[in-house]
Design a protein around this ligand. Sequence first.
Ligand SMILES: C[S@@+](CC[C@H](N)C(=O)[O-])C[C@H]1O[C@@H](n2cnc3c(N)ncnc32)[C@H](O)[C@@H]1O
Length: 519
Amino acid sequence: MSTRELTSILETCQDVSKSILLAELEVDTERELFWQRKWTLTPTHMFPSVRKFNIKSKICYDEDGNVLFQTDFPMVRVDALPTQDTNNKAHGIVPGDHLMEDLWEIEDTAWEHEHTSYVVYERSLTPRRADLDNVLEEKVIFDRKSGTTTFLPISHGGMSEKLPSCYPRVDRLYIQYAPGRVKVKAVPLDPDNLGNMKRYGDILVEKVKKWGRGGYVRKAKHDIMIPRSLYVDNYVRMKKSYGHIAEDWEEVTDPIKYVYEDISICAFLISIWQMERTMDASLRKQTFVDLGCGNGLLVHLLTLEGYHGYGIDLVSRKIWDKFKGADLRTEQFRPDLASFPQVDWILGNHSDELTPWIPYIASLSPNTKYFVLPCCFYDFSGKYAVSGGTLGKYQTYLNYVEQIGSEVSSIQKESESLTQRQCGFRVEHETLQIPSTKNQAQIGRLRNYDVNDPAQVQEVEARRAKLMSRFTGFVIRPPQPTCTPQKRYRGAELEAHLKSLGITKPPRTKNQQPREIKT
Ligand SMILES: C[S@@+](CC[C@H](N)C(=O)[O-])C[C@H]1O[C@@H](n2cnc3c(N)ncnc32)[C@H](O)[C@@H]1O
């Protein structure tokens, strides 16, 4: 949605002249509680008769209507939502591979971003009586300053009879929060016939009160390693300086998502590195290698920020030509044969099969540290079979990667012996402020042994050797970018776009899900 469209929607939302108050209640909830996943990601909380829903996209805007984060959810049907809330029996469509819990993390992340002024969701609601009722397209708009959420049905063309029966007869519905008070308002389609709308308002404010009672449990872990102000200063400055890269983006992937995502990761890294230099009273900027660097943007940004380093990828990308000055190398990297004693930091940003190797390779050199942002599930020799269980697949895999790096995981639940898995780091975590659901970074900058004590070093070496005893060989994938564009193109548009980039669209089998691969 363009800034112009946003402005027009905000004008509609802010026109409260025809609104009527349906209900009002005193509440003791925090403001954050007001903008809740209960009414964004699980619309069945508000409209219990909805049978299915489809969250399509979420965009966070700053005060001037510039896009800060955009999440286009790939459409993947799940048969039932995980049982986080046992009352929720509706079926939803959420990104493949992700539990609702992952989406909630995004929710926390985007909401907590200081510069977020407006959040717009696009979703569709399928009523129970699908044969009689229409599917409703709806926008949900949160205006942070006024503390107002507006629910804006858009596909009924102002005609009451085209609204599904599960939806109140409104042009728009508001839930408004002021400290200590919640109001439900509506602009009715027929002000002379409110039906049971007031009753609906009463139920809704009661729900808000109830949801607020447990208190808002902030799930995302931000700013554990760095002061928020340092990160935000770096992010805002870099977004201003490098945001233009999105305009010249030549890859099939969504520039808004990837450019801002890498700016955010870069801001995080350089914040850590600035602090590191301060603590070490050092002026020398850190060096790095980015394994599986893909489009090379992170390397480009770090280089522009004055850090020396290089990126390695199997496949060179067309956009590399534009990143003049960035050292980007095409190489079939063999992690089992590598070490980087001269490099300060090894980076693995959604590095696929190289991910488990990042802590391992870093541990081979006493002064090398690592940053890894795990995504797809890989073990040393191939796919990592994640069973999931109560922790969920993503968390289980995070635990696994953490165990490779560290002695003990605070969240570890597996029975497997940990002592076989440690590479001698004290791993730290951070939830990155990026629009990806895979946003849990692990950082190994501290060792849990004395690197100058030969006996302890020997012990770590023995553990590393044990870790490798299960390694059966590293298979390098064919150097062919198989990319699934995140931006939604329609029909022939996609073919034309891919053709212009000299890419043949990979064949997709009927039930195959899109993979989150960036180029
Ligand atoms: C999911 S992509 C991530 C790209 C990039 N880091 C980003 O976040 O945009 C994983 C990348 O790892 C690269 N890769 C996987 N195995 C590799 C290997 N053995 N040597 C070099 N690159 C490899 C792939 O070519 C791919 O570009």
